[in-house]
Design a protein around this ligand. Structure first.
Ligand SMILES: Cc1cc2nc3c(=O)[nH]c(=O)nc-3n(C[C@H](O)[C@H](O)[C@H](O)COP(=O)(O)O)c2cc1C
Length: 289
């Protein structure tokens, strides 16, 4: 918690901002952003993210904004991109750490939008000057949120249905009965689950499912893949947007649970719980203390 609020506040107030006021980010805010991206946390699986802030000056991507984002993002002059070394669980760690950054930017009063698809990857990849084995899974536009929504935003929002989320009963299940999860855990975790439910995800697919084992106070995180994304993941072998979504869910869960006083650790259980469907994959468990 800071003077500006809690992670839970920032999770609740964040949304995908696609229309920005066409003015530069103030110098002192740039300083704060620079300090934030210089000190990101390590991901739950031990990977780190290298951030770059492309502020309007000198960035080809920002100058050709329309080209860069295919016109999906209006008025943004600045972008932040992240790079991570290829390694096991790099996508989950990327999602976790980049979402932490998104929440810190929300705290500074900035609007952001995750960009995993509607931007010209080659331009930003070049600007990132990737090291050997590094990949750039996603980026974000960043700036002051515009009040009026552009017509195009409305179209995109119809398609991605912002703020519309699946209900709890379709996301969270009891390990034993396989029925929707009944409350039988501390209130803290009810809030942490709600923070997962309202998390952003690529095209708002919300691919996370959680199974709760009341005997061990353990929350098992399962990836429920959307068919189109499993095909894309195979094509673009290195970037897996739904695994990034999983990292975002882990970030929301852990930050809000810890903020409310819970403690626990991430563990990959062997064997993990058996997935219920063919398109499901067990990822990790939060073992509450
Ligand atoms: C990994 C990831 C990639 C995304 N890529 C894009 C993108 O390329 N273009 C875009 O306009 N929105 C993108 N989004 C934003 C989602 O469409 C948005 O989070 C979702 O529709 C929910 O809306 P909300 O963020 O306003 O709550 C992405 C989100 C995530 C998590």
């Amino acid at each position: 918690m800071t003077s500006k609020g809690t992670f839970i506040d920032f999770i609740k107030s964040r949304y995908s901002c696609r229309a920005y006021i066409n003015k530069p980010i103030r110098d002192n805010t740039i300083k704060e952003l620079t300090s934030i991206i210089s000190n990101p946390p390590v991901g739950p699986f031990g990977n780190i993210v290298r951030f770059e802030l492309f502020n309007e000056l000198g960035s080809e991507f920002c100058r050709v904004e329309k080209l860069g984002t295919y016109g999906f993002i209006k008025g943004a002059r600045s972008f932040v991109a992240g790079a991570i070394k290829k390694s096991p669980h790099a996508m989950e760690d990327f999602g976790y750490i980049f979402e932490w950054f998104i929440l810190k930017a929300t705290e500074l009063g900035l609007g952001t939008c995750w960009l995993g698809a509607t931007f010209q990857r080659t331009i930003l990849t070049k600007a990132m000057q990737l090291a050997d084995q590094e990949i750039m899974p996603a980026a974000a536009s960043i700036g002051y949120s515009g009040v009026k929504l552009h017509l195009l935003d409305k179209k995109i929002q119809m398609y991605t249905k912002p703020r519309l989320r699946k209900n709890r009963d379709s996301l969270f299940f009891d390990m034993e009965t396989k029925e929707p999860m009944k409350k039988g855990f501390p209130d803290i975790y009810a809030t942490a689950l709600e923070m997962v439910r309202i998390a952003p995800s690529a095209t708002n697919r919300q691919p996370w499912r959680i199974l709760y084992d009341s005997k061990s106070n353990t929350f098992h995180f399962i990836l429920h893949r959307t068919l189109v994304y499993s095909q894309v993941a195979k094509l673009v072998a290195t970037v897996d947007l739904q695994m990034i979504d999983m990292g975002i869910a882990m970030c929301h869960f852990e930050l809000s649970a810890r903020e409310l006083g819970a403690s626990g650790t991430w563990k990959i259980l062997k064997p993990g719980p058996k997935p219920r469907y063919r398109n499901e994959e067990y990822i990790v468990s939060w073992v509450g203390e």
